[in-house]
Design a protein around this ligand. Sequence first.
Ligand SMILES: Nc1ncnc2c1ncn2[C@@H]1O[C@H](COP(=O)(O)OP(=O)(O)OP(=O)(O)O)[C@@H](O)[C@H]1O
Length: 744
Amino acid sequence: MSGDILQDDSSSEEGGFRNPALNIEEPPGSDTELDIRIMRRKRAQSVFVGDLGAAVVVRDADKSYKAGTPVLMGLNMTVPCGSIYGLLGSSGCGKTTLLSCIIANRKLDSGNIWVFGSKPGTDKSIGVPGKNIGYMPQDISLYMEFSIEETLTYFGTLCGMSSEQVKTTRAFLKELLDLPKESRRISSLSGGQQRRVSFATALIHEPELLILDEPTVGVDPVLRQNIWKHLGKLVSSKRTTVIITTHYIEEARNADNIGIMRSGRLLAEKNPQELMDDYGSTLEKVVLRLCRKDTALKINPSDFAEVLKRRDAAAQNEDGKKIPDVRMAGVMKEPETGVQDSLIRIKALTGKNFAILFRNLILLSFVIWIPVFLVSIMCLALGSDPTHLSIGLVNDEVDHYSVCTNITRVIGECNIENLSCQFLRNIPEDTVDLKIFNTEEDALTAVQEGKTWGFIKFPNEFSSLFWERAATGANVDEATLNGSEIIVRLDESSKQTAAPIKKALYDAFEDFIADMLSDCGFDERQGESVLKFNTPIFGRDNTDFREYLAPSLAVGIIFFFPIITSAIRYIQEKKCGMMERSLVAGVNVWEIMVAYSISEFFVLAIQALLTYAVLTLVFKIHVLGTGILIVITYLLSGYGGVSMGFLFGSFCTEEIQAAILAMAAFFPNFLLSGLVWPVEGMPVPLQYVAYVLPCTLSSESVRSIVSRGWEFSHPNVWPGFVILIAYIVGYFILTVLIHKVFKR
Ligand SMILES: Nc1ncnc2c1ncn2[C@@H]1O[C@H](COP(=O)(O)OP(=O)(O)OP(=O)(O)O)[C@@H](O)[C@H]1O
C-alpha cells in the first residue's frame, strides 16, 4: 500500500479534519450527530437505488457447526459500499459466524458471499482477507505481552505500511481513541482500553472494509460517540464500508442500514429511521416487534429440510456461483502483488516472533541451553564404565592379607607359587574392590544381601594344579582340571555392571598368563587366543560407549524440545486470536511457518553449535569427519521438531494436548531410532519402522561422521539429511492442509 495510493482519494472533501498519514477528512458541516445521521440516511437511500453498489452481498447462506443445528439458514444480506451497516441480533443468533464467513475465516455450507464483487479468499485482488479489510473480533485477540506500539506496528507493517506511515497513524489513533501511553503492555490495560487498542488495530491501515464485532462494549458513552463519529468520517471521506455488530441497539441508529438477525436469518434490512417509521418509535421496539412477529411465524422443521435441499442444489448448480443482480463495488486499493506482499508479511511476522522471543530473556536462554545441558548430563552420567565394584574373594590357597599383599613381581623370575596372588595382582583396583571372605557361603550371602556383585574363589591347591594342568597338556586328569579352575559367580541382573567385571577378570587373566610365560622363559603369545584382533578399522579398542551414544542422542534431544515449544507457540497464537487476526490481514499459514522458521534459526543454530562445542571441547568426543555436517544435522533435527510441533499445534486446541502428543511421539522415536540401542538388535518388522523414523538415519549419519570420518556423499550419511528434510517438508504441508480442513 503506497502512500500515493492512500492519498488518492477522489471522494474526500475540502476543508475537513485530516489524518496526516491516512488523509482522512472530516466532511464540513457534520458537527452534530443529527447531521451525520441525515447525511447517512440520504446516502443509504441512494445506495439502494444503485449509486454506490454493494461491497458485501450474502445470498442463501447456510452454515452449521453440528449436523442438524443450523446457525445460518438461507441468510441474505446486502451491504452498500461506503456505508455503515449495523448487524443486530440476540446473543447466539449467528452474527459472529456470519462475519467470519465474510472475512473467509470460515466457509459456508451452501450459499454465496461476494465482497467487492468476488468471493473472499479466492480472488487476491480484492484484498479480503488482506490489507483491504480491518477486522476487530469480539475478543481482544491481541498479544497480551506486546505494547500498544508493538501491536499497532505489527499490524501496520503486515499490511505494507512504511514505518513513517505507521508512526503517524499511531499518533493519530492514540489521540482519536484516547489510548494510554504506547509503551504500556496490553496485559496492563483495562478492558475498555484493550478494546480501543483492538479497534485501533483494525483501523491502522485504513482498510476499505471494516468489520467490527461489538467494538463499543465496555467503552464509555463519550468515547462511543467518538467512535461512531469517526466511522462516519471514514465512510464519508474514504467510502469505507463498515459492518458493525452491537448489543446497544439504540446506537445502531447511527448506521446507514441495519440488519436484524434472528435464528440465522435476517428479519429486516433497512435504514433505521425507515424501520422506526414502520415499526415503532425506538429501535428497541422495532427489534422487539420484528422478533415477536417472527416467533408468531415460528420456524418449523421443514425450514431445515429447505436448508439441506438448498445445499444439495448449490453443490450441483453452478448458477449458485454467479454474482447476483446487485451492482457490485470494485476494489479500490492496489491488488496483492504475490511474492512481494508475502515478503512484507514474512518480515512483519518475523519481527513479531523476535519481539516475543526476546521478551523473556531468561526463558530464551533456558531454551537455548536445555539441549546443551541435557547432552552434558548425558555425557557425565552415561557411557563410562562403572568403577569400584565390590567383589568377594575366597582364597583357599593362601591367606590373602598375609601372603598376597606382600608378593610383588620380579621380571624374569619364574615364580610358580601363590599363583592366585599373581592373578589377583593384575585385577585393576579402580574397577574391582576385593572383599575377603573365609568361606564360599559367606561370599554368597554377601551377594544375596546386595553387598557385592559376585565372588571369585581359588581352590586350595590352585598353583600346583594349575602348573600341572599347563605342563601335562592332553593327559591332564579330571581332578587336576577341577582343582585348577577359578570359580566366578556374578550378579548378572545388571549386564552393564557385570560386563566390566568380566572384562577386568579376562584382562587380568591374560596379563597373568603373559607375565608367567615370559618370566619362565616362554613366548607370551603361547597364552594368547588364536583369534587375533588387530587394530580396529574404525574406532579404538577402548572406544568409549559415550562416543557411540552422545553425538547421536543429541539428535534426539535437539529434535524433541522444539516440538513442545513450537506447538505451544502455535496454540497460544490461535487461542489469543492473533492468528485469526493475522490471517484476516492476509497472512497465509505457510508464511507463519516460514517466519517462525526464520526466527527459530537463531535458537536452533545456537543450540546446534553449543551442543557440538560441548561434545568436542568439553567431553573430548573425537570427530573424524567434517564437524559442520554434524552441526547441520543438529540444525535440521531442530527444524524437524519445529515442524512436528506446528503439526500438533494445528489440530490441538490446548497446550496440554500438544505436550502429551509430543511425549507420545518422542518416546517411540527415542527408543526405536537406535539412539540408545542398535536397530539391528530389534525384531525385523520393528527395524522397518525404525528406519523410517526421522532420527534413525540422521543419528546413524552423525555416528558415521564422528567415528568413521565419512563425508556427505557416503551412502550412510546423506540419507540422514534427506529424511530430515523430507519430514520437515511433509509436516509443513500437513499443517497447511489441516489448517484448511479446520477452517470449515
Ligand atoms: N466453533 C464453533 N463450534 C460449534 N458451535 C459454535 C462455534 N462457534 C459458534 N457456535 C455456535 O453457533 C451459534 C452462533 O454463534 P455466534 O458466535 O455466531 O453468535 P453471535 O450472534 O455472534 O453471538 P454473540 O452476540 O453472543 O457473540 C451459537 O449457538 C454458538 O454456540
